[in-house]
Design a protein around this ligand. Structure first.
Ligand SMILES: [Cu+2]
Length: 327
């Protein structure tokens, strides 16, 4: 028997971490989670950029790190359980810019959550920040799971739904003003894999974001995976002729749609991460806010190749990087 979806009333906003752990002790398996103080921290290990800044998270690690959660069984039904924590973090965006960001599990974007089509997903969201936040998932689910109700400081909310068709599903805070909550870092990507696995590939996640540093309604800096210019200083190493599968998401608020362009090559586009035969080929693709695509490509020649939105003023303010293709 499938577990009943949680109604708003049953949904334990007031569940404390202790309560969750006591459930685990009662045999419900929740304690097996890689919690925000466990698995998530592994992704948030410090890096540094070309300016010698010590970063609270490593955008390069974020490229290829996936959070598969933990599968538990309730009434014989498997449920893939994730635990995500919102918290404030000071992030050095440039040498002289310390930005008070809002993060999920201590990084921007939040964890790359990964499940398979048809699975039941449970996201245990804990708000460890003094401002109210929420997690709103794109996808098909009950109203009570839609993540538009603020979760207060130190409260926990459980979102539970079925993973829909294979593809890419953004998630983000939906507390007003949403532009500000997203612009300060509260967004990420859920990848839903098809039952039949896609071909083996070097899989990368790149998420574009913008920073309105002075709260003026205009972005001052932009980034792939949280840190402006990071992938110019730390090119993404890929192998010559290796199939690369790029999971690409645009979460740049306050802007018209952006493009994404790679140099000296073209890619196949699977819109919204769809499966099936239909593919387009281009070297530029357009993404409105929250749009996402899978791009597949191989580099036939070694060397360094740029990638960036073709809105060059945005690229020059941090949303630009390099692939280092090695033989
Ligand atoms: Cu928020």
């Amino acid at each position: 028997m499938a577990p009943k979806p949680l109604s708003d009333r049953e949904c334990p906003d007031r569940w404390s971490r202790r309560r969750l752990l006591s459930l685990a002790a009662a045999g419900l398996g929740v304690g097996a989670l890689a919690g925000p103080l466990g698995g998530a921290l592994a992704r948030s290990r410090s890096g540094s950029d070309g300016e010698g800044l010590t970063l609270p998270f490593d955008p390069t690690a974020g490229l290829r790190t996936y959070n598969h959660g933990t599968v538990i069984r309730e009434n014989g039904v498997p449920i893939r359980v994730f635990e995500v924590q919102a918290r404030s973090l000071t992030v050095p965006l440039r040498r002289a810019t310390r930005f008070k960001a809002w993060t999920l599990d201590g990084s921007i974007p939040g964890p790359n959550l990964r499940a398979r089509t048809g699975e039941r997903i449970r996201v245990i969201f804990h708000n460890g920040d003094s401002t109210s936040h929420s997690l709103h998932f794109h996808g098909i689910h009950a109203a009570a799971m839609d993540g538009i109700q603020p979760v207060l400081f130190n409260k926990t909310k459980i979102y539970e739904f079925e993973a829909g068709a294979a593809g890419l599903y953004p998630y983000h805070c939906h507390v007003a003003p949403v532009t500000r909550h997203v612009g300060k870092g509260l967004f990420g990507l859920l990848i839903v894999d098809p039952i039949q696995p896609r071909a083996a590939a070097d899989e990368l996640v790149l998420v574009m974001g913008g920073y309105d540093l002075k709260n003026t309604g205009h972005n001052d800096l932009y980034a792939f995976n949280g840190i402006p210019h990071h992938f110019m200083e730390h090119p993404i190493e890929i192998r010559q002729n290796q199939l690369v599968r790029l999971y690409l998401l645009n979460m740049v608020e306050l802007e018209a749609p952006l493009t994404f362009h790679i140099h000296a090559n073209s890619f196949e586009i699977l819109r919204q991460g769809a499966t099936g035969e239909f593919r387009e080929r281009s070297d530029v693709v357009t993404l409105g806010v929250a749009e996402r695509h899978i791009l597949e490509f191989r580099y036939p020649f070694p060397g360094r190749y740029m990638f960036h939105p073709h809105q060059d003023q945005i690229a020059e303010k941090g949303c630009m990087g390099l692939f280092e293709v090695v033989a």
